[in-house]
Design a protein around this ligand. Sequence first.
Ligand SMILES: Nc1ncnc2c1ncn2[C@@H]1O[C@H](COP(=O)(O)OP(=O)(O)OP(=O)(O)O)[C@@H](O)[C@H]1O
Ligand SMILES: [Mg+2]
Length: 243
Amino acid sequence: MSHKDALLRVEQVVMRFGGFRALDGVSFRVAAGEALGLLGPNGSGKTTCINVISGVYPPSAGRVFFADRDITGKAPNLLARMGINRTFQSPRPFLSLTVRENVELAAAYGGRGSLPMGIEDILDFLELREFAEKPAEGLNSAQQKRLDLARALATNPRLVLIDEIAAGLNPLELRKMAQCLRALASRGIALLVVEHLLSFLEEVTDRVIVLNAGREIFEGSLRAARHDQEVIRVFLGTAAHAG
Ligand SMILES: Nc1ncnc2c1ncn2[C@@H]1O[C@H](COP(=O)(O)OP(=O)(O)OP(=O)(O)O)[C@@H](O)[C@H]1O
Ligand SMILES: [Mg+2]
């Protein structure tokens, strides 16, 4: 992808925790409307990558560019206003607020304004309307994951970073979630999809990168990744799930 086509550019990012490098010089690009998969064994740096892009941690080295602006080290609330939002490996909605209030709060304070999808559209899109007046604490984990995505969409994002949204979903929920993510990409939203479940990645992503110990060891199609000797070695050496 040319420099010009990239909405997000991650360049040589290093994230150190003490002496340990969770990310050790990671570079990649994501275009508007593209779903890029990010996979790798446990502890390979996937969530850290999302944390750096979404502003939770300023990287120890390297730069992050979004829509040609250098956003390295900017805080999450500023990035949300620019159009970057995320979901969490373990969703953490405001438990005592209703589903609708959680989404409204994100729309009111979190985002880029001028929603192309209204709150009701978002609730329908993620099949949350029937729970809209329920406190979030009453939702099961699949519903909380959908609420987490709803909250991110309510900020009118241009880029959504998605951390293991498929884990724990049943086959029907998986298929619906994959369709939701494809629909978002087809509306021009860029997606970075962290996932262990390969069948889900296959449905959702255009391209994948594979991390191992904070370094990128593969970039290309998921089909090619499945046949790559180093990817196979890394996955066989761990308890990573096939799917
Ligand atoms: N805040 C932190 N302080 C210290 N070490 C951290 C911190 N966050 C992550 N790490 C370490 O960085 C490494 C990468 O963690 P990360 O959570 O990014 O992995 P991951 O690829 O998302 O793994 P998983 O598939 O289990 O979610 C791990 O060794 C982790 O312990
Ligand atoms: Mg993780």
